[in-house]
Ligand binder design. Structure first.
Ligand SMILES: [Zn+2]
Ligand SMILES: [Zn+2]
Length: 341
């Protein structure tokens, strides 16, 4: 099955957490967190359309300068989402440089600060020397921050001593072509199939039991090698499956309230990227530094029935014994350990 999301973990578990996600056939990419991104080639940074920042501690935000350097001459805007202070932090970064030579550059940066009940927005335009300009707030319903035909993104406000945001990126549904049925219908592979998929995503929503539900009454036609056809006549050549869900959770206080919220939020994720910063024997330190323990991360993955769990952020304290951290995660993932918080 051709997957929409192709991700790359940028650094190892002791480096800054950061995940680069390329979208199949879209010539664009998403970035989760903005720490040390020196390993991402310039040409790949150029493709990034959205960046999702968990919080602005330096290990999650130092890469901002490299991004702005890469996209300075780009025409497509860059959208950055983050916690309540993200607009202030981007403004602070931009004010650190002199911008008298960019007046004919087209780039615009949009910044979205996610709060409990709304998303505050601002933009910074190169031609106006990246001065902060407030734009209208966005509503924040059902944790939804982005809804596109291809995917949707949700955000959850949690606590890390400061507000921190967890994200989930979900493909609406996945469309594959059944080659046998395609041939049986006397049709051939071609670019029209890409258009077919696009039209289905725009006009139908996914329902359990693999049924597509029409969003409006209008019938949709599409040009095929056999001429114009109603989209629904082509349903026999499709294989519809549930889309992929990727979740990302970093730097969260190990409180029951946070843990319960995370379990609900990441439920049934195909992939969960999560920190496992401390061992549970150092839980006092975990509480003091507002990080999850390996045991809690394992519990979250187990309770939320996560497919694959990727550990990204481990304290340098365990640089010589990371296997202990992975072992604790795995144990807790498969067995209900006594909660020792
Ligand atoms: Zn932090
Ligand atoms: Zn961190």
């Amino acid at each position: 099955m051709a997957r929409l999301f192709h991700y790359k973990v940028v650094n190892n578990a002791f480096g800054d957490p950061c995940v680069f996600i390329k979208l199949l056939r879209e010539k664009r990419a998403l970035l989760l967190d903005l720490g040390d991104i020196r390993k991402i080639p310039f040409s790949e940074i150029l493709k990034v359309s959205h960046i999702f920042v968990t919080h602005t501690h330096i290990d999650h935000f130092i890469g901002f300068d490299q991004v702005i350097r890469a996209i300075l001459r780009r025409t497509e805007p860059l959208k950055i989402y983050g916690p309540e202070n993200i607009i202030e932090c981007i403004n602070g970064k931009l004010r650190g440089y002199t911008w008298n030579l960019v007046s004919d550059y087209p780039i615009e940066i949009e910044a979205y600060a996610i709060k409990e009940d709304k998303v505050e927005a601002a933009k910074f335009v190169a031609s106006r020397r990246f001065e902060l300009e407030k734009i209208a707030d966005l509503p924040f319903h059902k944790n939804l921050i982005i809804e596109e035909p291809l995917f949707r993104v949700r955000a959850l406000v949690l606590s890390h001593g400061i507000p921190v945001i967890a994200y989930s990126i979900e493909e609406d549904f996945h469309i594959n072509i059944n080659k046998v049925e395609l041939e049986r219908a006397g049709l051939q592979i071609g670019p029209w199939l890409g258009e077919l998929k696009k039209q289905i995503k725009a006009n139908y929503s996914y329902h359990p039991l693999k049924i597509l539900k029409k969003k409006s009454e209008n019938s949709v036609e599409i040009e095929t090698p056999k001429g114009k056809m109603n989209i629904e006549e082509l349903f026999p050549i499709l294989k519809i499956t549930k889309g992929e869900k990727i979740s990302y959770v970093m730097d969260v206080s190990p409180t029951r309230d946070n843990i319960d919220k995370i379990i609900e939020f990441v439920r049934d994720s195909d992939i969960l990227f999560c920190e496992a910063y401390f061992l549970s024997k150092d839980k006092d330190r975990a509480l003091e530094r507002n990080h999850l323990t390996a045991q809690i991360t394992g519990e979250i993955a187990r309770e939320a029935k996560v497919g694959e769990l990727k550990i990204l952020h481990i304290s340098p304290k365990y640089i010589n014994n990371p296997e202990e951290v992975y072992r604790e995660v795995e144990l807790s993932r498969h067995f209900h350990l006594k909660q020792n918080l």
